[in-house]
Write a protein that binds this ligand. Structure first.
Ligand code: ARG
Ligand code: ZN
Ligand code: CA
Length: 322
């Protein structure tokens, strides 16, 4: 969803894209650092007023933890409940996510903030900045994820690309993800005594995976256009327009001379069909983490200490049961 741009922002973004492209080209030829990049996360549950803990949009801690597990499975190519893609281009991005255990003041926290919010149901995009002003941790130190009851126009979630945030005067106020409560967490991970507030089709946690792809400067695999538009990633096949559902219904399309990679997290397929970031997407995301100062600051050793994200036991990988 493209918002109205301020005068001059178009050229500025084009310049950002060009500068990033140059950096990326160097990264693609250079030896990639093999460091694990761990991103501290805070979740703001902007629930509908009157909904107590565990009721509808005031989703439980367990549902939130189930989402962090899915992120780590997807980005680290872990087996998890849905498996991963065995294609040679499938990547362990070596990026992982930690629900913060320290708040910005250094106090112990579970990384979850709960705020009653009157605009939570059918949330309007025009309220983006106002809503975020109600609850935000520094966006250069935490990946902020705001949960609302639902979003206008059937949108499951959204995020901003760093290349459009760079130079935006509101960058620090708007950076992060907004996701509908029914799309945050995984039905695969419900405890026996709890029903998660999750959608049947989009209730497996892949909206957050997709939006974090954008947060790390990935475009949609179809480049938001036809065969003539590339997504800036060499090993994602060219394709055309959005794809909804899962093969065999609709069938896997042959487009632009390729079998479409409908399993890519940056397509629009159903949650249960997603299972791959490619090596090229990995390089692009890790390059964005290096290139943009407001991303690089997230993973500094000092910030990992300050946010309580040095302990890998906090990464919440799912237990492997066999
Ligand atoms: N921004 C997209 C939307 O709101 C996200 C789609 C993610 N797809 C998914 N299967 N979870 O539609
Ligand atoms: Zn998208
Ligand atoms: Ca491509």
């Amino acid at each position: 969803k493209q918002m109205q741009l301020a005068k001059g922002r178009g050229q500025e973004i084009a310049a950002n894209q060009k500068a990033f492209q140059t950096f990326l080209a160097q990264a693609e030829t250079a030896e990639q650092t093999q460091d694990l990049l761990r991103i501290p996360v805070v979740v703001h549950v902007m629930h509908a007023p009157g909904e107590a803990y565990g009721v509808a949009s005031n989703i439980t801690d367990e549902q939130i933890l189930s989402q962090i597990e899915v992120l780590n499975e997807d980005f680290r190519k872990q087996l998890g409940s849905r498996g991963f893609n065995n294609l040679a281009v499938g990547a362990d991005t070596e990026i992982e996510f930690c629900l913060a255990t320290r708040d910005p003041a250094g106090n112990v926290s579970n990384g979850i903030v709960r705020v009653p919010y009157s605009g939570s149901n059918n949330f309007q995009l025009a309220q983006d900045i106002n809503m975020k002003d109600l609850s935000r941790w520094p966006t250069t130190r935490y990946l902020n994820i705001w949960i609302v009851k639902s979003i206008q126009s059937g949108i499951l979630g959204y995020a901003y690309l760093p290349e459009t945030l760079n130079g935006d005067p509101n960058r620090a106020r708007i950076d992060g993800l907004v996701i509908g409560a029914r799309y945050f967490g995984s039905r695969d991970k419900q405890p026996v005594n709890q029903n998660f507030y999750l959608d049947n089709t989009f209730g497996y946690g892949r909206t957050a995976t997709h939006e974090i792809g954008h947060y790390l400067n990935l475009a949609h695999t179809w480049g938001d256009g036809g065969c003539e538009v590339d997504d800036g990633v060499g090993d994602t096949p060219l394709c055309s327009g959005q794809y909804f559902g899962c093969p065999p219904n609709p069938a896997r399309p042959n487009q632009c001379g390729n079998d479409r990679m409908v399993e890519n997290y940056m397509d629009y397929s159903d949650d249960v069909c997603f299972n791959i970031f490619t090596q090229g997407q990995k390089t692009r995301m890790r390059s964005a983490m290096q290139f943009y100062a407001f991303r690089n600051s997230l993973t500094s050793p000092a910030n990992l200490i300050a946010t309580g994200c040095t302990d890998s036991s906090n990464n919440l990988f799912a237990d492997t049961l066999f």
